[in-house]
Design a protein around this ligand. Structure first.
Ligand code: GLC
Length: 614
């Protein structure tokens, strides 16, 4: 099934260029280092195919303009290489151009799944593409098409839903948004459909990413800058399930986890990222059957497969040469080698010269990479229009994000119709430090890899949104919940600590003692209490729920917190619907058990609930 993104002329152009390339130039195209590792001149000298910014791989100062200056400089250098092959710069723009201070940050995928609104997600994809392209970047490692099976997984919020049909529809919409008027348009960005395959179906306890006895926190994990120590995080469950082993049978693998890839490829996606996880004990990065026979053969995928960050290193720990051989032979076309890129180049060159990797395989990989660059028009227009910078974090995109926030909120309890609140009614108490914390409402993958609390970027906190809606005099903020009067209504905002990837794996999903004490204080001073949860996944709140008059799942809404106020004060209706079952207890955090969920996928009290997809 030919990809709709490549024409016969494109293929002919690629073949002509390939015929001129040396082995080293071909291997250079297969190499993707992180921008902090690249030595001046190496992009041109080695004909590097790509450079990336990892989570938090930001220029200093972190502004849209300095991002553009950095990326454009890499591209300018690439164009001086012998064959003037443009590079393609990659970032994790997974909920807006989220590394960039001042960019619009949209709700994470779990919130977008609750909107069921493919048209909205397409518009978000378009807005994201414009902000990414403004910085001369033409590739985002999104959408994740993960279908989380166990909410203890720290990447649950990167999944749209537990329902493959919802994931397929929204992922396709994002790809279409990234594409815009066409891949050749200089405001399109290459999507990376990830992480292939079944990254979200691993079994708790099977991750080998961190050796608990050796505490091998390597240089990658050292960049995580989490608030707690590694030991504390490991004791909470960090790195127990992320990057682990998926033990499901092939029928389930195909029925549940493959459809979103088929859908995204049919929409024209030309990149797939391999998963760190394994399937039945074999690392996906070395899985020839799934990477080559199924993805490239059966699904007809004509794009290229990129490894994850040091993903090939996990195939045979300690034997990098074998990692390179097995990964490339399995079907990895470009290797994300953030640090030691020359070691990779040397190993692959040696493998080809030793006949362990064929030139045919190398040519196939490079043909796929060059094809994607041709499809994006990078040879004709290696730079985007700097005028796009005026769109980054602009009013239109923030208004779109505000709409998305409002549509993502799910009302799960509303005793006595306490919501919506009356913006001209009596004063309300707002409690919880996270009510006024932009970093808490954005979550992971925001400015830094893990994200973090505080004014990490620009936007509107929930508190600021509430005050704008009802007037500051009607919104009394007591972060610790100690109120010197009673109130008819109290609103408590509770957030998970920001996290990403396996750092967010948690054995237990409940509220902290500090949060429970805050709730008790507010409960004692307010006739009615509304709880707003900022979380990357459903939390176990069954025992606490009866004392709450209302519960709003707000997920990780991003920078436009006024979208929460819009719904709490009735400016917009509640329309969100759960895209995951909500577990009743810690015993049912993994799907498939006997215990009935507290709430089911599709639940959500609302004035109108247009079930648009899934
Ligand atoms: C990370 C993630 C992947 C991301 C990549 C680049 O480890 O697994 O989702 O795109 O590295 O930051």
């Amino acid at each position: 099934m030919p990809s709709p993104s490549l024409t016969p002329q494109d293929h002919a152009f690629v073949d002509r260029l390939l015929a001129q390339m040396t082995l080293d130039e071909k291997i250079g195209q297969m190499t993707q280092p992180e921008k902090n590792s690249v030595r001046p001149g190496d992009v041109a000298r080695l004909a590097l195919g790509s450079v990336l910014s990892g989570g938090g791989g930001n220029p200093e100062p972190n502004t849209p303009a300095s991002w553009r200056a950095m990326v454009s400089a890499f591209q300018d250098e690439a164009l001086t290489s012998r064959l003037n092959i443009p590079l393609i710069y990659g970032v994790d723009a997974v909920h807006g151009h989220n590394n960039v201070v001042g960019a619009t940050i949209f709700p994470h995928n779990i919130g977008l799944g609750a909107t069921r609104d493919a048209e909205l997600v397409r518009r978000i994809g378009r807005a994201t593409a414009l902000e990414v392209a403004a910085t001369d970047v033409r590739w985002s490692f999104a959408p994740a098409v993960s279908i989380p099976q166990d909410l203890r997984w720290g990447r649950s919020y990167e999944g749209y839903s537990q329902d493959p049909a919802v994931v397929s529809a929204l992922a396709t919409a994002l790809v279409e948004g990234f594409k815009g008027e066409g891949w050749r348009s200089p405001t399109s960005i290459l999507p990376s459909v990830k992480h292939y395959l079944a990254d979200a179906a691993t079994t708790w306890g099977t991750s080998r990413r961190v050796d608990r006895t050796a505490l091998n926190t390597d240089r990658t994990l050292a960049t995580a800058q989490m608030g707690q120590s590694t030991v504390e995080l490991l004791d909470l469950g960090a790195w127990q399930i992320d990057q682990g082993d998926t033990e499901i049978d092939e029928a389930t693998l195909r029925a549940v986890h493959l459809p979103p890839y088929r859908a995204a490829i049919e929409a024209g996606a030309l990149n797939v990222m391999a998963s760190y996880s394994s399937w039945q004990g074999l690392k996906m990065h070395a899985h020839r059957y799934l990477l080559t026979d199924v993805l490239k053969g059966e699904l007809g995928f004509e794009g290229f497969v990129v490894s994850d960050w040091e993903g090939i290193d996990q195939i045979h720990p300690g034997d990098y040469g074998r990692c390179v051989v097995d990964a490339v032979n399995a079907g990895i076309d470009m290797v994300m080698v953030p640090f030691d890129y020359e070691r990779f180049i040397t190993c692959l060159r040696g493998a080809v010269q030793a006949g362990e990797v064929s030139e045919t395989r190398i040519d196939d990989a490079v043909r796929r990479i060059l094809g994607a660059k041709v499809a994006l028009g990078l040879f004709e227009q290696p730079h985007t229009d700097p005028a796009l910078l005026s769109l980054v974090g602009g009013a239109d995109h923030r208004e779109l994000a505000r709409e998305a926030v409002a549509k993502s909120l799910v009302l799960l309890r509303n005793e006595g119709g306490v919501l919506p609140l009356d913006p001209s009614g009596p004063a309300v108490l707002v409690a919880g430090p996270d009510a006024d914390d932009l970093g808490a409402q954005c979550g992971g993958w925001t400015i830094s890899w893990m994200g973090g609390r505080g004014p990490t970027t620009t936007g509107t906190t929930i508190l600021a949104g509430l005050r704008a809606a009802a007037g500051a005099e009607r919104v009394h903020f007591r972060p610790d919940g100690h109120a010197d009067q009673t109130y008819p209504v109290g609103v408590v905002v509770l957030a998970e600590d920001p996290y990403a990837e396996g750092m967010g794996d948690r054995e237990h999903l409940g509220l902290s003692d500090v949060q429970l004490a805050l709730l008790a204080r507010v409960r004692a001073r307010c006739e009615r209490m509304v709880v707003v949860l900022l979380s990357g996944r459903p939390l176990v709140i069954t025992d606490q729920l009866p004392a709450w008059d209302a519960l709003v799942a707000a997920w990780l809404p991003g920078t436009e917190g006024q979208g929460v106020a819009d719904v709490l004060f009735g400016r917009r209706p509640f329309t969100g619907q759960l895209s995951f079952d909500w577990p009743r207890s810690q015993a049912s955090l993994r799907r498939g058990g006997d215990e009935a969920p507290l709430f089911r996928m599709g639940d959500g009290l609302s004035e109108k609930a247009p079930l648009l997809v899934g």
